[in-house]
Design a protein around this ligand. Sequence first.
Ligand code: DGL
Length: 268
Amino acid sequence: MGKNQPIGIFDSGLGGLTVARAVKSLLPNEQIIYFGDSAHLPYGDKSAATIQAYSIKICDVLLQHKCKAILIACNSASAAAYDLVKAYVGSKAEVVNVIDPVIYYLDAFFKRRRIGLIGTKQTVGSEIYKRKIEGLNKQITFSALATPLLAPMIEEYFHKNEISNQIIAEYLSQQELSQLDALVLGCTHYPLIKTHIEHFYKGAVEVIDSSEIVAQYLERVLIDRDLISVKQQVGDKFLVSDFTESFQAATTLFFGQNVALEKHVLWE
Ligand code: DGL
């Protein structure tokens, strides 16, 4: 592994560009190879075994690009496939998921508090946050709610109107999410509705956007392994397993700017 090799980032689709954006803004010298598995999204409703199979195929692509680190930007894939990916990649690259950085953050700043989580059915059903938070022994009360309508709503640009505010309010009013001190946004898409959620809580609940926390964690890993790029790298790539104009348009939504997608079929 060399300092000037790229960072691979993958997700079920384009939502992971929220994480790529946070990485790029914190580590502008780094070259990024992004892979969005748009042919197989959404991952949030799929079985762990299926997500694992896709994740391994994607890692092959990222390793072919000589990535020094692989960041699993997708919460559903982090929940279902991190251990397998880490074992598969071995010493060829550092592997980082989007769940452990949040657990470290909670460990550092939360004790005897009530934490909620929203995410896909896969992420919530895996109970991975619950197990890891219990493992902290910080007397944190944890509860989670699957909120599967939110990701498609955001993808369809329906996240800035009355209907979306009603859907958000309906979910956040559920019993599972009552009386929280903090809410973890456990899905790639949710940073886009962070302000709406904060507005719902009128500032009474800390809304934790994992994309920034993950970028900082990745920086720490690269510093610790002496893998930070010393000079500006060029050649960011944004690969997708299926291309449509609406995927292309989604780059602006999630990355904040239009970037050219390249089609890279995962299976021949
Ligand atoms: N990227 C997924 C996640 O963060 C959300 C979209 C999907 O279900 O594929 O869990």
